[in-house]
Design a protein around this ligand. Structure first.
Ligand code: ZN
Length: 450
């Protein structure tokens, strides 16, 4: 089928953009990221918004009674082609760093700024309207095309746990929640808690999620002047408030910890420098501060899918106990248990007299570079973008491609090295949204034909 680019961008794109703004206005994040909690109202509202939109296209829709997920089917094919998106977002983080309310989208310098603009509401809307364009123009997929909407990708993944338990798995499909051209490998991911007991002279609390660099912590305790002076010297924002100090860094996605400025490790470094002892501060200073691969503990685990990375997302030091969280991205050819977790457990027991406990695991994805799916995707990507040098890639991020077999992460970030996902002022270039839409129209047209 011939795709008329003009028609797509003039008649479909502007509506998709307006719907995207509507969706960003729904603050669909979780305040509590622990398991077993009901889906918050805002996320359920966002799910209903997406499902209502699909229903208006004439697709068959379903919302799980517990709002864990929803889906919409287009076509009547026997086989199922999945497009997996997620409607939850990470919280706004430090609101003082935003140009705007994270949930009030604005257009500025060719960008759409707002939480979820790139992760994952932008790609979701571009895919929905890509499919609608095809449907309106007489394209009939051989597969039934199923849009699946998750509600807890940024936190517990209970959405896809519920989906895979209750619903039909896909025969083929993609997840527009990573980067272009296509992701053939995804590292293992481990979340872990380090907990221990120590009588502390101070408290330090901060961080909202495992998988983002912590950008704000609060310190209460002695020697605030020394701590502040040290941070000032290093250009780390630190203000006296609430009988203590508020220390600010820069948030970043958990798979790119080196792109952020960790408020946690800077605070612990300053505490150390002020001459206050705490085992966690000592550990952070030696192994974590401005270091991201734990090489000194587990050795160099780098393979063709990249290095091990560690992100310490949350800290809670009180008068008698302490806790720090790790989000680890483990290269595809390594064994998470033997090569990483067993070593860390032994290390923390021996060196900090503390517990290292794995609280979450995601399997790797390894795709065959010579499969039709990868070849077709690469062909479309090259045709639309003219980029013939980029190759299928390996990432540290974990997408829904891990939730079922036969899924590959495909788009939608063009410039992953400078991604704004999970950071302040998350944005997507309007031109990139248009390119996305064109790529997905052509891909759906090829991939859903036998
Ligand atoms: Zn995402």
């Amino acid at each position: 089928m011939k795709i008329e680019k003009e028609k797509l961008l003039n008649d479909y794109f502007p509506i998709a953009l307006e719907k995207l703004k509507d969706m960003i206005r729904i603050p669909s994040y979780r305040k509590d990221d622990s398991s077993g909690k009901p889906v918050p109202k805002e996320i359920a509202d966002c799910l209903k918004y997406a499902i209502d939109l699909c229903q208006s296209f004439g697709w068959k829709t379903f919302i799980a009674p517990d709002n864990r997920y929803g889906y919409a089917d287009w076509g009547t094919g026997d086989k199922l082609f999945g497009i997996l998106c997620h409607l939850d977002v990470v919280p706004g983080g430090d609101l003082s760093k935003w140009f705007t309310d994270p949930f009030e989208p604005i257009e500025k310098d060719g960008k759409l700024i707002g939480r979820g603009s790139y992760d994952d509401k932008g790609p979701t809307l571009m895919n929905l309207y890509a499919a609608k364009y095809l449907m309106d123009n007489g394209f009939e997929p051989d597969y039934t095309v199923r849009f699946i909407f998750g509600t807890s990708e940024e936190t517990t993944w209970e959405c896809m746990e519920a989906y895979t338990e209750r619903e039909r798995l896909v025969d083929l499909g993609y997840v527009p929640d990573a980067n272009f051209p296509v992701v053939y490998a995804e590292k293992y991911i481990t979340d872990a808690d380090i907990t221990g007991k120590y009588v502390s002279t101070f408290t330090l609390k901060g961080g909202e999620v495992y998988n983002a660099v912590c950008d704000i912590v609060h310190y209460n305790g002695p020697k605030t002047e020394e701590i502040k002076a040290y941070l000032d010297q290093n250009n780390i924002e630190c203000v006296a408030e609430n009988d203590g100090l508020t220390i600010r860094g820069q948030s970043a996605h958990g798979s790119f910890p080196h792109k952020g400025v960790s408020a946690i490790t800077w605070a612990l470094e300053a505490i150390n420098e002020a001459g206050i002892y705490h085992p966690l501060a000592k550990f952070s200073n030696e192994y974590l501060h401005n270091k991201f691969d734990l090489k000194e503990i587990v050795g160099d685990l780098t393979d063709e899918t990249g290095p091990l990375t560690v992100c310490a997302g949350k800290v809670d030091i009180d008068k008698t106990e302490f806790k720090l969280t790790f989000n680890l991205r483990i290269p595809c050819t390594r064994d998470p248990k033997v090569d990483v977790n067993d070593k860390l457990q032994a290390f923390f027991e021996a060196k900090l007299n503390s517990q290292y406990q794995v609280v979450g695991n995601e399997d790797r994805v390894f795709f065959d570079l010579n499969s039709d799916t990868i070849k077709n995707i690469m062909k479309v990507y090259q045709e639309v973008t003219g980029d013939t040098t980029s190759k299928p890639i390996a990432i540290g991020g974990g997408t829904f491609a891990k939730s079922m077999p036969n899924l590959v992460a495909f788009g939608a970030e063009f410039d992953i090295d400078n991604t704004s996902m999970h950071t302040n002022n998350e944005f997507v270039l309007i031109d990139d949204l248009k390119k996305m839409m064109e790529i997905y129209v052509k891909s759906i047209a090829i991939l859903t034909k036998n």
